[in-house]
Design a protein around this ligand. Structure first.
Ligand code: NAI
Length: 308
């Protein structure tokens, strides 16, 4: 397999800095025509300037690639539509959408102002919703699309002082899981990355000495695979950075039936915690219905429900 994006049109949101800049350049270097979206604000999403996106467009052009800038915020329906329109007006279609734009506003939950919670839901969740919603009908119509969500280990596993960020980031997994049910049959494939990279967003927590090891390109290579025509993966989450690539999965334990056909007491549930939480044989499910069917199958196997 030798991945090329010749004749492919990609949108990368938040591509004026950090990971997005790297993704845009990586895809352009492999032949994609790229919409470089960025509103050019600070790490909290305040302020704005066309400079960030313009500079990346110039870097791509200087390297012989093709790119156009878009300065809209992803946080409105009109913004999402305008970003997709930029792709259509300049390149005639949209094949790839990398939902990358993001901000942070860290505070303990006790001190957090709720407007900083909403702001993060707006950029991470709704920003991805608005852009995907604008691109989705085009992708479904053309029966081709590759969409990548940017989640985070902060959402997947939790992180102190990040209630807003963690909530927003994990919500993208829900969005991906549901979109997968609708898009896969039309070759519109949605996956997610959980990056680890040194950018202005993470420089506060990381030593600059780590910069070469934590360069965003390690993540961009994973993005490029998910965006490739050859890649048929859907609904995958990959933790990636520093040359490390690892699948993350939500699984359910085998579980235990308690109460002997009656409602168990809370004490009985507590007493059986070991069996409830035994992860031996834990497995993922392809959708929510499969879980319910799985429970019924287990009940049948134990003679707890009639066969028909
Ligand atoms: P960054 O701050 O360097 O880049 C984010 C870019 O998004 C900036 O250029 C910013 O102007 C742009 N942006 C912010 N709000 C926007 C909006 N409303 N509309 C359009 N553009 C907007 O941060 P970094 O590290 O490159 O983050 C990129 C994505 O990766 C974010 O979604 C972040 O949450 C996620 N992430 C990053 C990790 C890391 O290790 N750097 C870890 C986990 C997730």
């Amino acid at each position: 397999m030798s991945i090329s994006f010749e004749d492919r049109v990609a949108i990368v949101t938040g591509a004026g800095a950090g990971l997005g800049r790297s993704h845009a350049k990586f895809l352009a270097n492999l032949g994609a025509k790229v919409v470089v979206n960025d509103l050019g604000g600070n790490v909290a999403g305040e302020g704005g300037s066309s400079k960030a996106a313009d500079e990346v467009v110039k870097e791509i052009a200087d390297a012989g690639g093709v790119a156009v800038a878009n300065y809209d915020s992803v946080t409105s329906e009109e913004g999402g539509q305008s970003i997709v329109k930029t792709a259509l007006d300049n390149f005639g279609k949209v094949d790839i959408l990398v939902n990358n734009a993001g901000t942070i506003r860290d505070k303990s939950f006790t001190k957090l102002d709720l407007k900083d919670f909403t702001a993060l839901m707006d950029v991470h969740l709704m920003g991805s919703v608005f852009c995907t919603k604008a691109a989705w009908p085009l992708m479904m119509e053309s029966q081709y699309g590759r969409v990548v969500m940017t989640t985070s280990s902060a959402g997947l596993f939790g992180s102190h002082g990040h209630t807003n960020y963690s909530s927003a980031k994990l919500s993208l997994v829900g969005l991906m899981n549901a979109l997968k049910q609708e898009g896969t049959k039309k070759n519109v494939l949605v996956n997610a990355v959980a990056p680890m990279a040194l950018t202005r967003m993470t420089e506060e927590f990381m030593s600059p000495k780590l910069a070469p090891k934590m360069k965003p390109e390690y993540v961009s290579a994973m993005i490029a695979l998910f965006c490739a025509e050859e890649c048929k993966l859907a609904g995958e989450i990959v933790e990636c950075g520093m040359g490390y690539y690892s699948k993350v999965e939500i699984v359910e334990a085998e579980g235990a039936f308690l109460g002997n056909g009656d409602v168990p007491t809370p004490d009985e549930i507590g007493a059986n915690w070991k069996a409830i939480s035994d992860m031996t044989g834990a497995r993922p499910y392809k959708n929510a219905n499969a879980i319910i069917k799985g429970v019924f199958d287990k009940m049948k196997a134990r003679g707890l429900v009639p066969e028909k």
